[in-house]
Design a protein around this ligand. Structure first.
Ligand code: PMP
Length: 373
């Protein structure tokens, strides 16, 4: 009998798992660390979920989330064949890696151009969603992490060509837009140019797009190699239920359906997401409230000496004055305010703050003032 460790594939033994934000149970905690929505799901959604907790729990849910896909198709003016729903958008992102990327036959060289064949390259900008490298690693794919421009801008095509690190043949390119953790929004025109130049699949991860000035969904309906990822977690207050989806070409979508679990979206999640789409004005009012609070908090923190990056999301990335970002994290934690700090070199001087309610924003500003004095 082997030792437990020797039973695990080397790839998994060496894997650096994704580290989610903390979900601590501290009384009175102001939780601004995981970009959750501060407002609850609409009363209609809560009623629909409660009403579904009955004898039905015995039965399997619809395997393809059919009704939800039909509603989403109406919402996005496409067909249900253009849509696959997942257990959060994290699941559809993982499905994309499994569907479009060959595991690498040789190790990536680390810095510079990947040595692996383009068919096994997962490409993304840094900083962006920190799950992407983990998805590549667990698949045994090569990673090509390319730095964003200064201030987290999208590099122009000319700059990408000049830089020579960008792989126009990468099997899968993942772009967080608006970007996380910077909050910066990208113009659809810029994204379209980049999509046009890519030969592999491009995923535009629009997890935060409902808080942005524009979205790029039309690119998924225009280009056969572009998928747009959306989620009910952030804008629609449904993290708990885990519902996300891709919109894209029916041929890519059909391939993704082949590799998902048979019942990948739980029944209550389907019910909640369907009820959400029937109550959009409630959510649009929340987007406006969050944007107003975001702009107020940005102004206040700027006044207190923070460098606040312009945000198109429900969080802001700020460079704090006085002492280091980790020290601010711990000072605020002592005052029962939880925010997020990332150790990656491009962002280790920054803090990411989720936009909460106006009351939470005022409490944060008050705590910051107290720390500064
Ligand atoms: N994309 C980005 C950029 C995110 O920040 C997140 C949330 N961590 C997700 C996707 C996944 O969201 P979910 O799985 O809850 O749909």
């Amino acid at each position: 009998m082997g030792r437990p460790n020797s039973l695990i594939r080397p790839l998994v033994r060496q894997l650096h798992a994704y580290v989610p934000g903390e979900q601590p149970k501290i009384r009175g905690l102001i939780k601004l660390n995981t970009n959750e929505n501060p407002y609850p799901p609409s009363p209609r959604v809560r009623r629909a979920v409660r009403a579904a907790v009955d004898g039905r729990l015995r039965l399997y849910p619809n395997p393809t989330a059919e009704r939800l896909r039909q509603q989403l198709a109406k919402f996005h003016r496409c067909q249900s064949e253009n849509i696959i729903v997942g257990n959060g958008s994290d699941e559809v992102l993982a499905l994309a890696v499994r569907t479009f990327v060959e595991p690498a036959s040789q190790k990536p060289s680390g810095r510079g151009k990947p040595s692996a064949a383009p068919a096994s390259v997962v490409q993304y900008f840094t900083p962006s969603y920190s799950l992407y490298p983990v998805l590549a690693e667990m698949h045994g794919a090569a990673k090509n992490a390319v730095p964003l421009s200064p201030n987290f801008g999208l590099p122009s095509l000319a700059a990408l060509r000049r830089g020579r690190q960008w792989e126009f043949n990468a099997a899968l390119t993942l772009i967080t837009t608006p970007n996380a953790p910077s909050g910066r929004g990208y113009a659809t025109r810029e994204l379209a140019a980049l999509c046009r130049a890519q030969r592999g699949v491009v995923v535009l991860d629009e997890a935060y797009v409902d808080f942005a000035a524009e979205h790029a969904l039309r690119l998924a309906l225009k280009f056969p190699h572009v998928l747009v990822a959306r989620t009910f977690s952030k804008a629609y207050s449904l993290c708990f239920q885990r519902v996300g989806y891709f919109v894209g070409h029916p041929v890519l979508i059909a391939a993704l359906h082949k590799v998902r679990d048979s019942y990948n979206v739980n029944g209550l999640g389907q019910v909640a997401a369907e009820a959400t789409l029937a109550d959009l004005p409630y959510y649009r009012a929340n987007f406006r409230k969050i944007i107003t609070t975001r702009d107020w908090l940005s102004r206040e923190l700027t006044r207190l000496g923070f460098r606040v990056l312009p945000s198109q999301t429900n969080f802001i990335l700020v460079k704090p004055p006085g002492f280091s970002a980790p020290r601010w994290l711990s000072e605020l934690r002592q005052r029962r305010i939880l925010i997020r700090w990332f150790s990656a070199p491009e962002v280790r001087d920054y803090l990411r703050i989720t936009i909460g309610t106006p009351v939470e924003a005022r409490a944060l500003v008050k705590a910051v003032r107290a720390i500064l004095t």
